[in-house]
Design a protein around this ligand. Structure first.
Ligand SMILES: Nc1ncnc2c1ncn2[C@@H]1O[C@H](COP(=O)(O)OP(=O)(O)OP(=O)(O)O)[C@@H](O)[C@H]1O
Length: 254
């Protein structure tokens, strides 16, 4: 009998920057085939957690496994299975989209003919084909997200980890990204993405974890976490925050 490993397993991940505890011991199991949303307010530790989970940032403590392969002990195998779109999309942006895809594919040791064929298909599906000779540095924020997603998908990963894929993306591009991710998940892939947009998570995800102050506050299937309420209600209750009294900023009223 083969053991089914979680797509992503995190144990005790922790990170401190100078005096700030960014992530304070995160445990998480992402089931294979799930569409997983990591929700949290600004500064919750989402980017730091995902960066440690995919081998981009060395944790102070803890471990991460991709389909049973330790990201830090066996990075080559883990990274072969992973497609990653980091926050702020750190790309070699003095290349065109096609060049960037070719660079990524060849770096992964892919057959050049396969790279060419997949790159052309991805650029077409993501409506980036017209950008032709435009350098990525001159792309709009939404176009940068889309080329980042194309780079993450090029080698056909089993697990896709995306940091804020819908941030700064117009509704048309957002719908396109949603379609591609839904198709990828329907084909057996696992998607993990961070967001602070409830609607997107509620609409797409089978599972959700709410991160605040560097720890996981709620975790489970969307229905388990909602418990009959809206995700926003649960989020606000978990994360807290101040309620306006109506007295503040009175000088703004004419
Ligand atoms: N390189 C760094 N140096 C110092 N502090 C950092 C660094 N990266 C993150 N932090 C701090 O760690 C905490 C968590 O940041 P992180 O970027 O992981 O949060 P986030 O949930 O992704 O936030 P956002 O939704 O705003 O992107 C914040 O307090 C942040 O200021």
């Amino acid at each position: 009998m083969t053991v089914e490993h979680p797509a992503l397993a995190l144990r005790g991940l922790a990170k401190r920057f100078d005096g700030t505890i960014a992530v304070a011991g995160v445990d998480l199991d992402v089931p294979a085939g799930s569409f997983y949303g990591l929700l949290g307010p600004n500064g919750a530790g989402k980017t730091t957690t995902l960066s440690m989970a995919v081998g981009l940032l060395r944790p102070d403590a803890g471990s991460a496994w991709v389909l049973g392969h330790d990201v830090w002990q066996d990075p080559v195998t883990a990274k072969r299975l992973l497609g990653v779109m980091p926050d702020g999309v750190r790309l070699f942006d003095r290349l065109t989209g096609a060049e960037l895809l070719a660079y990524n594919g060849l770096l992964r040791g892919m057959d050049p003919a396969v790279v060419d064929q997949r790159a052309a298909e991805l650029l077409d599906v993501l409506a980036l084909g017209d950008a032709g000779r435009t350098l990525v540095v001159d792309y709009s924020a939404g176009m940068k997200k889309k080329i980042g997603l194309a780079c993450a998908l090029l080698h056909g990963p089993r697990v896709l980890v995306l940091d804020e894929p819908f941030e700064a993306v117009d509704p048309v591009s957002a719908a396109l990204i949603r379609d591609i991710l839904t198709r990828y998940a329907a084909g057996g892939g696992t998607v993990v993405f961070s967001s602070h947009v409830m609607e997107v998570v509620e609409r797409l995800c089978s599972h959700v974890a709410i991160l605040a102050g560097g720890t996981i506050k709620r975790v489970g299937t969307i229905d388990e976490v909602r418990g009959g309420r809206s995700l926003e209600q649960v989020f606000v209750e978990v994360v807290g925050g101040r309620t306006a009294t109506g007295e503040e900023l009175s000088w703004l009223s004419q």
